[in-house]
Design a protein around this ligand. Structure first.
Ligand SMILES: *Cc1c(COP(=O)(O)O)cnc(C)c1O
Length: 385
């Protein structure tokens, strides 16, 4: 649970440098005044280095990252974009904001997009697939990517929850055509609010850069007020204070993930032999961010009883089973665009609903009291044995 647990002096020093040295809070321009301080630019560079990609674009949020990516890809009215039933509302909101039609695909026991349900969602209007690495576990990208290639569709990875995770040795977010990240306060690393975009195609990233900055092409031969433009855009610019925090947080990301994996393993070791408990499936060669430990029980009533029992021990769960309404498309009757495509959502996505109803997600933190695994064991034993 992550980055915010480690907010400290390093973040403060980065922010302090902005106030003491440059006093420029805007990412562009003011070159004679900023004394070489370019926090957002440096954060982008450090992030690119971390992922091993040539370039990346910082934006104001993970939701903005998805919308800017879709806009840069030219996806909009009349186009369909497929994503999974279990995600944060933001993924679908971004598709709607871009003007495209969201189409929901069921999940499998990875709790991410089910490759064997994907083809039936594809129509001649489909332009892209957004696979989500929910709760830090990689989606089955090998299979999804094969289908995307075969059907000539763009693959976007919503890596909001997968920053620092890997699949087959490759960083999540760098496997598909586009990867988007979130640095909101609950994510594995945080800038308070913020996001990032990486793209295989530098031309798409250039379009994203322009779109997120009112169409500005940041032409090096022109002053900003005479800058060139080829299309309209909007404002999703990250500001210097967020960039400063990001630089410090990124340096802690590997530590956060290592500690979370260690703590997750400690919990897993004590609960894995409990009866009537099945751990979430992982694609082969997954390296999770370990933001959560997810397991399936026999039914929704058992999952809820697990939660109640954990609460009695002074512990809790994360999203599942209690916060499903923000994360399962079957509950989003407030989104008319989804209802228009899928009908009454109460009846839709029953495969996903059955999986999610019986699942329990335990939050994993960086600083875990050593009594926690045994407390979890006690709480779950009461229900499962
Ligand atoms: C957090 C999250 C987002 C949105 O990110 P924000 O930075 O909060 O806008 C998008 N998708 C998923 C899967 C998320 O968990």
């Amino acid at each position: 649970m992550p980055g915010f647990e480690l907010i400290g002096d390093e973040e403060f020093q980065e922010v302090r440098e902005v106030f003491e040295k440059s006093k420029i809070l805007f990412r562009h321009g003011f070159d004679p005044f900023r004394k070489g301080v370019y926090k957002v630019r440096d954060f982008e560079q450090a992030f690119s280095n971390y992922l091993g990609v040539p370039d990346s674009l910082a934006v104001t949020s993970g939701t903005a990252a998805l919308k800017v990516a879709l806009k840069a890809l030219g996806i909009g009215k009349g186009d369909e974009v497929i994503t999974q039933s279990f995600t944060f509302v933001a993924t679908v909101e971004a598709i709607i904001e871009a003007g495209a039609t969201p189409v929901i695909c069921d999940i499998d026991d990875t709790l991410n997009l089910a490759p064997n349900k994907l083809e039936q969602c594809i129509t001649n209007k489909t332009k892209a697939i957004i696979a989500v690495h929910m709760l830090g576990t990689p989606a089955r990208l090998a299979e999804i990517s094969d289908i995307a290639k075969k059907r000539n569709l763009i693959l976007i990875e919503d890596t909001a929850w997968g920053c620092g995770g890997k699949l087959k040795g490759k960083h999540l977010g760098t496997i598909g055509d586009v990867g988007t990240f979130s640095f909101d306060f609950a994510k594995t690393m945080t800038t308070g609010e913020g996001g990032m975009i990486v793209c295989k195609d530098p031309e798409i990233l250039a379009k994203a850069k322009a779109y997120h900055d009112h169409g500005h092409e940041n032409n090096p031969n022109l002053p900003r007020w005479e800058d060139s433009r080829s299309s309209s855009g909007f404002n999703y610019r990250m500001m210097e204070l967020q960039g400063a925090v990001g630089i410090a947080q990124l340096k802690k990301l590997d530590y956060v993930i290592a500690k979370q994996r260690e703590n997750k393993q400690k919990i897993e070791n004590v609960i894995k032999s409990l009866p009537n408990l099945k751990l979430r499936s992982l694609p082969q060669h997954s390296e999770e961010t370990a933001d959560a430990l997810v397991f399936f029980t026999e039914s929704n009533s058992v999952a809820r009883a697990c939660r109640d029992s954990l609460v009695k021990e002074g512990l809790g769960t994360k999203i599942l089973p209690e916060a499903i309404s923000w994360h399962f498309a079957g509950t989003w009757n407030h989104m008319q665009e989804l209802v228009a495509r899928h009908g009454d959502l109460k009846m839709a996505f029953s495969i996903s609903k059955d999986l999610l109803d019986s699942a329990v997600a335990l939050p994993i933190s960086v600083f875990m009291d050593e009594t926690v695994p045994e407390k979890i064991n006690t709480a779950l034993k009461r229900v499962l044995i």
